[in-house]
Ligand binder design. Structure first.
Ligand SMILES: [Zn+2]
Ligand SMILES: [Zn+2]
Length: 322
């Protein structure tokens, strides 16, 4: 089968071996997959991962393990990406995403979805309704990651909220917050991207327009810039006793000045993957339109080109059709 494999270099392998199905797993035939910045980071050494990349997808269940209910066969599905052991104290508390024994689709110890077929535990997959099209379904994972913020931080009706960063991540957060009628200002560097937020009714502001008035004025700031500079700006926007949510995995090489976090008693919340069910509900009720976030849909034959396109600065979501 065709698979986009990273092993020192990135290549589209034509005869990659089809995965072996476990008792509790389903075999999924990929319909469409989305390229994420995490995939790009892996090709730069993140997680030390080697294998088939990819964790954003929609596909069809074509085969099942012995312990899986038969009615899932033939269903169009999306799936959560962390495969837990179901047998440790974290799993028993429902925190499978933090299971120390987990593997993660296309990121850690498990081949990903950038291939014609891949497996996931039955427990991870969600059948999706016909009114969610393939492109929209492929966004479930990044939108769920955006929704995770609301599982972690209580945003009150009168909270002053800012999202910093107008890349794919920041825009996904904006879509989810708008769908839930959360009042916020989206701050970024790119007028054309902020326009996507403005078009769905969000307030926006260019980073260059920030004034002293905004400093220490927000109850909650969501950092989605992916840069050290963005982190520092985010800290400066949080009110004393406010909350800073970190969405981008910044691996700072230079020193970070955290003095104001202490002085202003800022709560920092790290936020990663989220649950699919709430997002599927929003997508089903047509509360989120992802189409403005699509850069281009490539054919699987041009996967390497699609990957290169995604790695260009400022690119929106690049999708690949199988
Ligand atoms: Zn991702
Ligand atoms: Zn576990």
């Amino acid at each position: 089968m065709k698979a986009l494999v990273y092993d020192e270099e990135l290549k589209l392998v034509k005869d990659y071996e089809k995965p072996v199905l476990g008792d509790n797993e389903v075999l999924i035939k990929t319909i469409m997959a989305g390229i994420c910045n995490t995939d790009y980071e892996i090709t730069k050494g993140y997680m030390g991962y080697k294998g088939v990349l990819g964790h954003e997808f929609v596909g069809i269940v074509v085969a099942i393990g012995d312990k899986v209910p038969k009615n899932i066969v033939g269903k169009r599905v999306v799936g959560e990406i962390n495969c837990a052991c179901e047998d440790c104290s974290w799993c028993h508390r429902g925190l499978q995403r933090h299971c120390p024994n987990r593997s993660t689709l296309g990121i850690f110890k498990k081949d990903g979805c950038f291939s014609e077929y891949f497996t996931l535990p039955y427990k991870n997959v969600f059948e999706i309704s016909d009114n969610i099209d393939d492109i929209t379904a492929t966004f479930t994972e990044p939108l769920a990651a955006a929704y995770e913020i609301l599982e972690q931080v209580h945003i009150k009706p009168d909270s002053k909220v800012a999202i910093l960063g107008d890349g794919k991540l920041g825009l996904c957060i904006s879509l989810v917050f708008r769908a839930l009628n959360i009042d916020f200002v989206h701050i970024g560097k790119h007028e054309n991207k902020l326009k996507i937020s403005r078009d769905i009714g969000a307030k926006t502001m260019l980073l260059s327009e920030l004034t002293q008035k905004q400093i220490k004025s927000f109850d909650v700031v969501v950092e989605a810039t992916g840069s050290t500079g963005g982190f520092e700006t985010s800290v400066s926007l949080v009110k004393p006793r406010g909350t800073l949510v970190l969405k981008s995995t910044i691996t700072a090489k230079e020193g970070l000045n955290l003095a104001s976090v202490v002085v202003d008693e800022i709560t920092i919340v790290g936020s990663r993957c989220g649950q699919f069910a709430p997002i599927l509900r929003l997508l089903e009720s047509k509360k989120i339109d992802v189409k403005p976030l699509v850069e281009k849909v490539y054919d699987v034959e041009n996967f390497v080109e699609a990957f290169e396109d995604n790695s260009k600065k400022g690119t929106l979501k690049v999708l690949v059709k199988f």
